[in-house]
Design a binder for this molecule. Structure first.
Ligand code: SAM
Ligand code: SF4
Length: 394
């Protein structure tokens, strides 16, 4: 663990978000490499509740008094926990954290885990944004993806979300699925738009190491077809009034996900729960600290009994902060905000301007005064753009 700070020039503290990881699912999907585990017969909801709070307590001294702008319950499948569990947890959070009055509180939901009127109960518990893991509206694709739900459960969940009055509602959709045609992908995006979300996350399926799909790869659409799917689905979203603000994120005006935007703008986040990551600016010490919790829920719960939640802890070097800042901000369609650079990395702009000039001279970025924007080439070769900001590249 590297815990030596190098003196730097932070000019303030960025916004702070709270992420809460809930690591269980009904069963593991064959494409998923998230920290998610098939649930035991009885999820230890009460133990997890007390462990999360004990975990949060260890972080309070370093964030004391800072306003929290968003809370995200992610997974895994958070909707395996009932509304009263969230109500209780949010009550405890409110007594320990300074939540801003319009705090965004998101819940990831798997359509296969909800019951009638559960969204009204989640709303009453304090949830004001729902992210529904639809993935596809096509029965065949849902089966091929090993999902625990079909179209009927998706339709029922969407109906229940609308009846609950939660208008801030995201649909997670994937494209480039096994056996999917371009018209299948377009049909999925049409149905997604027709179901009235305020936000759509549109991900290309990737085959990740350590997944069942990696061990036994499905036949996926050719790269050209996947590109066409992305383009044609993007046109449909644009025509329907959605704006793209990140590689996979589309939102109606004023409905961007505050929580995810904070990650991409290299804000601070506190992550509690199994495997969760934190990034906290310690301005007085001139450093940024990363912490990673024990990944396996059993180890995390056991560690919690004696206050040992962490698998890893380090202070980020100047070079790491610069790289992470660009890695995240370069995902944003609005571009990289120069004025956020020193505030969020503690590094002077002069220290990075040579690398920026290099990216501009290679045609990967354009310099528009207060903003840096990737060019078409920069989007296409985003790895090359990012590499310019790798530690030790200057
Ligand atoms: C952590 S999952 C949360 C949603 C919830 N667990 C569910 O599946 O319904 C977040 C989203 O990442 C996307 N995702 C997961 N694995 C992916 C992969 N291999 N390729 C592309 N997108 C993926 C899915 O759209 C998924 O809904
Ligand atoms: S339900 Fe979501 S988190 Fe769980 S295994 Fe499937 S994709 Fe991963």
């Amino acid at each position: 663990m590297n815990l030596t700070a190098d003196k730097t020039g932070f000019t303030g503290l960025p916004p702070l978000a709270l992420y809460v990881h809930l690591p269980w699912c009904v069963r593991k999907c064959p494409y998923c490499d998230f920290n998610s585990h098939a649930a035991p017969r009885q999820i230890p909801a009460e133990d997890y509740f007390t462990t999360l709070l004990a975990d949060l307590e260890t972080e309070l001294p370093d964030i004391w008094g800072r306003p929290v702008h968003s809370i995200f319950f992610g997974g895994g499948t958070p909707s395996l926990f009932n509304a009263s569990w969230f109500a209780g947890l949010l009550r405890e959070f409110r007594s320990r954290l300074r939540l801003v009055p319009d705090v965004e509180i998101s819940l990831e939901v798997n359509p296969g885990t909800t019951e009638r009127d559960s969204f009204a109960a989640y709303r009453d518990a304090g949830i004001n944004r729902v992210s529904l893991g639809v993935q596809s509206f096509n029965e065949h694709s849902l089966k091929r993806l090993g999902r625990i739900h079909g179209r009927a459960e998706i339709d029922r969940s969407i109906d229940s979300i609308h009846r609950s009055g939660i208008s801030n509602f995201n649909i997670d959709l994937m494209f480039g699925l096994p056996g999917q045609s371009i018209s299948d992908a377009v049909s999925d995006i049409r149905l997604a738009i027709a179901s009235g979300p305020s936000h759509v996350s549109h991900y290309q399926l990737t085959v990740e190491p350590n997944t069942a799909f990696f061990a036994d790869p499905p036949s996926l659409p050719a790269a050209d077809n996947a590109w066409d799917m992305q383009e044609r689905c993007g046109q449909k979203l644009r025509t329907a009034g959605f704006g793209q603000y990140e590689i996979s994120a589309w939102a109606r005006a004023g409905q961007r996900c505050r929580h995810n935007l904070n990650y991409w703008q290299y804000g601070d986040f506190l992550g509690i729960g199994a495997g969760a990551h934190s990034k906290i600016t310690l301005a007085a010490e001139g450093s940024v600290r990363r912490r990673i919790r024990h990944r396996h829920p059993r180890v995390y719960l056991q560690g919690g009994q004696n206050g040992e939640f962490l698998a890893e802890e380090c202070l980020l070097s100047k070079d790491e902060r610069v790289f992470e800042f660009f890695l995240n901000q370069l995902r944003l369609y609005d571009g990289v905000r120069k004025e956020q650079f020193t505030a969020r990395t503690g590094v002077a702009w002069n220290d990075v301007s040579g690398r920026v000039d290099k990216a501009v001279s290679r045609g990967l970025l354009t310099d528009r005064g207060s903003l840096l924007k990737p060019t078409g080439l920069g989007w296409r070769f985003s790895n090359e753009t990012q590499q310019i900001f790798l530690p030790g590249e200057v």
